[in-house]
Design a protein around this ligand. Structure first.
Ligand code: ADP
Length: 396
């Protein structure tokens, strides 16, 4: 029934995966083009994650986002897809209107364009990829999957900002992000434990990081808010910050808004505090005191903000770690577990070091799991469903 291409287009990277549509989500190939604008570099991986090809474009000025995407599309159609039937996109912001995946036409595209100011560093890149494919393959169906959509059913109180109503009416509210990952984890939890239905916090700890409080597999509250800057300390983003700090930077430090934006999105978080790196592996390997401080703050904020979400849930039955740090850094999971010990949560350190699916001790009052996320698979599933060929979310 053909293949589906999933795209996650960022400012300097293009991540992709190709899935067979029936049974949906059999991954054929995946990869990414990194360093677009510098010296673009493609890595292709097979279904097991082994690298099968690499390619470099030394003349960066000739390799734009558009030309790279069209080259990739040609290559995928030549080598991996007998018949490409649709493209599914990760689109960061769906605003208040787009609460489920949607097929993109010119009307949808202009409504999504209008949301660019709400996600200045992501949305325009996501939509450029849509436009490139529209121009290169006009008849190919394109589906947008939104990072905000999973949070749509939250109680209204969780979405409010304490601002004058005229501003909330203009769209200033908490939306939440990482929803494609959270939806995938909610489904996996349902598969792993058919009786699942409790109060769970999912910690998506990657370069971007957030927590989601779920009840019965639905989002109740989350740490990211109006933008993807809020909440936890991230690789280069500051997370929750007194809004007075932004005023101080503008008024007392005489910074222009673009410079403040760059500081808060690109120079803060683990990188800013450590002065060393945004990469958790580098910080964990370092003896530098500032690296320790960055890790300490990262963990402190996870435990502090998780505790606030426990109040939103009225208790806690499960904690799930996912994404780059959550899946691969037992030291971080252990430190978070220690700070949440007051809940009766106990980590089994041996299981944690092995990266077992369940890492809590049998006596723990909270079940702690590690579940690898798979946003591309979730996008493939929704895309197949939207074009009418979803059967099953079979694992590869
Ligand atoms: P993105 O948000 O870009 O999708 P990822 O989910 O891939 O990010 O997570 C990237 C983060 O995961 C980086 O901080 C990286 O250091 C961290 N990470 C990856 N592998 C490990 C590991 N083995 N130990 C500690 N941290 C890791």
């Amino acid at each position: 029934m053909g293949e589906i291409l999933c795209l996650n287009a960022g400012s300097s990277s293009l991540k992709f995966a190709v899935f067979a549509s029936v049974p949906v989500a059999r991954r054929i190939v995946a990869g990414q083009i990194e360093d677009i604008g510098l010296e673009p570099h493609l890595i292709l991986r097979d279904a097991e994650g082994a690298t099968i090809a690499e390619q470099r474009w030394p003349e960066a000025n000739k390799a734009t986002h558009e030309t790279l995407l069209v080259t990739l599309l040609d290559q995928i159609e030549e080598q991996f897809a007998r018949e490409l039937v649709a493209v599914g996109h990760r689109v960061v912001h769906g605003g208040s209107d787009f609460t489920a995946p949607v097929r993109i036409d010119s009307d949808v595209l202009s409504r999504l364009d209008a949301l660019c100011p709400l996600a200045p560093l992501h949305q325009s890149h996501n939509l450029s990829a849509v436009r490139t494919i529209m121009a290169a393959r006009p008849g190919l169906p394109q589906i947008a999957c939104f990072d905000t959509a999973f949070h749509h059913g939250q109680p209204a109180v969780a979405t409010r900002l304490a601002l004058p109503r005229v501003l909330t009416a203009a769209g200033m509210r908490r939306y939440g992000f990482h929803g494609i990952s959270y939806e995938y984890i909610a489904r996996r939890l349902g598969e792993l434990d058919p009786r699942f239905g409790g109060r769970v916090i999912v910690a998506h700890l990657g370069n971007g990081a957030s927590l989601c409080a779920m009840q019965n597999g639905r989002s109740v509250d989350t740490t990211m808010g109006f933008t993807a800057l809020d909440g936890l300390v991230m690789g280069t983003r500051c997370g929750a910050l007194d809004p007075g700090a932004v005023l101080f930077l503008l008024q007392e430090k005489n910074m222009i808004p673009d410079a403040v934006e760059h500081l808060l999105y690109n120079e803060s978080g683990l990188l800013g505090v450590s002065g060393l790196s945004s990469d958790m592996r580098v910080l964990l390997d370092s003896d530098a005191p500032f690296a320790r401080e960055a890790i300490e703050l990262f963990v402190w904020q996870i435990a502090r903000q998780a505790s606030a979400l426990i109040a939103s849930l009225g208790g806690l039955d499960g904690l799930v770690f996912t994404a780059g740090i959550g899946e691969n850094a037992p030291a971080i999971r252990s430190l978070v577990g220690q700070r949440l010990g007051w809940l009766g949560l106990e980590i089994d350190e041996k299981a944690n070091d092995r990266g077992d699916p369940v890492i809590s001790a049998p006596s723990s009052r909270v079940t702690v799991r590690v579940i690898p996320t798979d946003e591309e698979r979730m996008i493939a599933f929704h895309t197949a469903e939207r074009i009418g060929c979803a059967r099953t979310m079979a694992k590869n």
